[in-house]
Ligand binder design. Structure first.
Ligand code: ZN
Length: 258
């Protein structure tokens, strides 16, 4: 405590009124272990001094973490530092116990509409072609990509069919509400659906980037194989597939992992 500048704590006016030099530390007001303030020359100093005289001076200073439970934790530190915003509903579709980190990060960007699509690039002065590279049928933006695009919608519909999840929306704006209703919870089928959602969105964007940079885009079938492989590997790694029904176990070729 006595190593802290008075200026930092009380500001210029109070330090000036105290009669101490501007860069003084609190220890100048302590002598032989007791408070030693000069006579107060302002009302604020009277208040400060009267409160400080109630503080017992020990031999050493002690750093105290002013947290909920009196003990330092990283969570408390983060809570003190961060700006708190209302929780978003979609987080349950992005982060869940078996989620694949690279997909979660990408989905976090997508839900916040933070992808650098051609439509967004136009706002930054981009003057090239803004058509979707996957179908060349509409402007490239999130709503088209996921999943109004003919290419994306075929993949999304097929993958959801393989999960035995009917009526998956073909509209990104509807996916959050639908997902929170159908893909919610700890059940293995909900996990399968969420893994497929993340993998599908991620791989469609990867396909778009491959087309953009002329680096070997996949065929529709091999892209779906990639999604199947990612999802299957995750289910096997976590041993979570055992509660799936036989149809899904065989459809996702999980039977060989029993
Ligand atoms: Zn398209």
């Amino acid at each position: 405590m006595n190593e802290k500048y008075l200026l930092e704590t009380f500001g210029h006016r109070i330090v000036h009124d105290s009669g101490f030099p501007l860069r003084s530390k609190l220890k100048v007001a302590i002598k032989n272990g007791e408070w030693n303030w000069p006579p107060a020359r302002s009302d604020a100093l009277v208040v400060i001094q009267s409160q400080l005289f109630e503080v017992e001076l020990g031999d050493t200073d002690l750093a105290i973490w002013n947290a909920k439970h009196g003990q330092y934790t990283c969570a408390d530190a983060w809570d003190k530092l961060r700006e708190v915003h209302p929780a978003v509903g979609w987080w349950e579709l992005v982060w869940f116990p078996s989620s694949i980190p690279k997909h979660s990060f990408f989905m976090w960007l997508v839900f916040q509409n933070a992808l650098v699509t051609k439509e967004r690039m136009c706002g930054w002065g981009y003057t090239g072609c803004t058509l979707c590279l996957l179908c060349r049928g509409a402007q490239e933006n999130r709503e088209h990509f996921f999943v109004r695009c003919r290419f994306s919608s075929r993949i999304w519909t097929n993958i959801m069919f393989e999960c035995s999840i009917p009526n998956a929306p073909l509209d990104w704006d509807a996916i959050e509400a639908w997902g929170l209703k159908v893909l919610r919870g700890r059940g293995v089928r909900a996990t399968l659906g969420r893994l497929c959602l993340g993998s599908t969105v991620y791989n469609i964007w990867k396909q778009r980037n491959a087309l953009l940079h002329n680096s070997s885009p996949k065929t529709e079938e091999s892209l779906m194989d990639c999604i199947r492989w990612e999802v299957r590997s995750r289910l096997v790694a976590n041993g979570q597939f055992k509660d799936l029904n036989h149809t899904l176990v065989f459809r996702w070729k999980l039977h060989s992992s029993f």
